[in-house]
Design a protein around this ligand. Structure first.
Ligand code: GH3
Ligand code: MG
Ligand code: MG
Length: 415
């Protein structure tokens, strides 16, 4: 995907202002053209993430640039000083992403927000559920123009199947009237499995059914859109819902993760272990708990300073993360102490894995500057879960860690 943006705008001061802002805050490479003629040269040379197009140019006074860019499959945002309603509607009927007024400080901020939104949309997938092929295609095309990834299905049953198969779907956009399972029933079913903060549901209903919208919201939809809708309302509602989900994710991350390393914190560790242990009740699956502590860490701080000490902690976190699977749990309990749970594993393999981690850390050296490389070691106390409680297993691992420290450090000890 291209990371270039083209601005076509004959007001040089404005063009430079927008271009500077985009380059400094969003990191895109920006090309600026002052006329249709120049724009054509750029469009022939590069492919663009977005083109920002002024519709009144010296050699193209009536938006000719918009058609030219759209014909070549560019993503277009129109910049306009023209507030004529009819003209605006005419432009919005074309396959453009947005129609933005320009000139004011707020307008420039809006452009930046829009670009940021579109950039992040590339990470989201929307599941479109509609029994009408025509409507499905139309929604798909609008969403794809907003840089969202799209999966389409024709009814509710199929939608539930898709949600089971794809764990990267952010938003379900569902029609109300559908055969087999309608939008409401689908929303109920989705909410039995996925909560509102991790998977958004947007319902599309028609204007005639105003009470349906309330029922949709009560059954767990995040928002609804009434048919017929304008392209602008559609994209605002989609973007708002996705943005709300992202914000919840940010807050949740702050609450669950350790600020320095990005690893889970102690609180989240116990939360997620509770869920895991509930899942385990029936199965014979065993897990290993390791308490890991850096050896003589105080010396690192005393010799090189607290900042370097922090870098060592981060480096260790990275090693632990990269040498375990995404199903395992790696948490920072505090200070220079970490707890790692390996799921679905036996005693022999657990010991093998932690022995390898210990030895990898021993060989690792952290580059601080030209003359400074830091090496460090860890002691690891390991315990397998048994009939006992999680607390007891952790205590056992702690005891083994104590033994490792007393037996000379840089060791893995198992009960
Ligand atoms: P041992 O081998 O017995 O574990 O010795 P140690 O020096 O690693 O253990 P001790 O518990 O005596 O010291 C731990 C030190 O870790 C003391 C504390 O200042 C430092 N520390 C705790 N949290 C942080 C942190 O977030 N950053 C840095 N840089 N240091 C920290
Ligand atoms: Mg102009
Ligand atoms: Mg220590």
């Amino acid at each position: 995907m291209s990371d270039r943006i083209l601005i076509v705008e004959d007001n040089k001061t404005l063009a430079k202002l927008i271009s500077k802002k985009i380059e400094s805050t969003l990191g895109f490479t920006v090309d600026v053209a002052y006329s249709l003629h120049e724009a054509k040269l750029f469009l022939k040379t590069y492919s663009y993430f977005i083109t920002l197009l002024d519709i009144n140019l010296p050699d193209a006074p009536n938006g000719e640039i918009v058609d030219y860019a759209l014909e070549r499959e560019n993503h277009v945002i129109v910049l306009s000083g023209n507030i004529d309603k009819e003209f605006r509607q005419k432009m919005l009927q074309k396959h453009i992403i947005d129609y933005i007024n320009k000139g004011g400080v707020n307008d420039i901020n809006y452009i930046m927000q829009t670009l940021k939104r579109l950039q992040k949309n590339r990470e989201h997938t929307v599941l479109v559920v509609d029994d009408s092929l025509v409507f499905r295609k139309q929604l798909q095309s609008m969403l794809e123009n907003m840089f969202l990834k799209v999966i389409t299905v024709a009814h509710g049953e199929e939608a539930l199947g898709m949600l089971d198969m794809h764990d990267d779907i952010s938003l379900v956009l569902t029609d109300y009237h559908m055969p087999v399972m309608d939008g409401l029933e689908l929303t109920y079913k989705i909410r039995e499995k996925f909560d509102k903060n991790t998977l958004g549901v947007l319902a599309v209903s028609s204007t005639k059914e105003s009470e349906t919208n309330a029922i949709f919201l009560k059954s767990g939809a995040n928002d609804f859109i009434r048919k017929p809708f304008s392209k602008e309302e559609f994209s605002c509602r989609i973007n708002n819902t996705i943005e709300a989900l992202e914000n919840i994710q940010i807050v949740t991350n702050h609450a669950n993760r350790d600020y320095l390393t990005g690893l889970y914190n102690r609180r989240y560790f116990f939360d997620t272990m509770q869920t895991y242990q509930a899942e385990l009740e029936e199965s014979q699956e065993r897990f290993a708990v390791a308490m890991i502590d850096i050896d003589h860490f105080k010396k690192v701080n005393d010799t090189y300073g607290h900042d370097v000490g922090d870098k060592v902690i981060v480096a260790l976190a990275d090693i632990l993360r990269s040498s375990t699977s995404h199903r395992d749990i790696v948490a920072r309990f505090g200070g220079e102490e970490f707890c790692v749970v390996l799921k679905n594993i036996n005693r022999y393999s657990a010991l093998d894995i932690f022995e390898r981690i210990r030895s990898q850390i021993e060989k690792f050296s952290l580059h601080i500057d030209e003359n400074t490389y830091i090496q460090f070691t860890v002691s690891i106390g390991l315990a397998m879960n048994s009939e006992e409680s999680l607390d007891e297993t952790i205590n056992e691992a702690d005891l083994m860690l104590y033994k490792a420290k007393n037996s000379g450090r840089n060791l893995v000890v198992i009960d």
